[in-house]
Design a protein around this ligand. Structure first.
Ligand code: ZN
Ligand code: ZN
Length: 103
């Protein structure tokens, strides 16, 4: 998997050394960040809701924080553009208004 920002491919880490590349999650997708892009990537990466760490991994339908081990369910990927949620919420609010305020 290449770096999500610059497309650089990860070289095999030297034996005994851990890779300087970081894993992270953006828009519920697993990404890899090369060392050069890490400072700018921090603004993009999804943060852990509990400890604020950007060191998250996506597995199946869950996102796990590698710092505090918090596991949460990932948002469904088929949700489409972000405003679909808020328009649905507005729809519900209008319906509620009709039910509650309509008499
Ligand atoms: Zn990069
Ligand atoms: Zn955490």
């Amino acid at each position: 998997m290449p770096c999500y920002r610059c497309g650089t491919r990860q070289a095999d880490p030297e034996p005994g050394k851990s890779s300087p590349w970081r894993r992270g999650v953006i828009g519920e997708h697993q990404v890899l960040v090369c060392p050069a892009c890490q400072p700018s990537a921090l603004a993009d990466l999804t943060r852990c809701v509990r400890c604020g760490s950007a060191y998250l991994i996506r597995r199946l339908d869950q996102v796990e924080c590698l710092d505090c081990r918090l596991i949460r369910n990932a948002e469904p990927e088929s949700a489409g553009p972000e405003d679909s949620d808020s328009s649905l919420a507005a729809e519900v609010a209008r319906a509620l208004e009709r039910v509650l305020g309509g008499r």
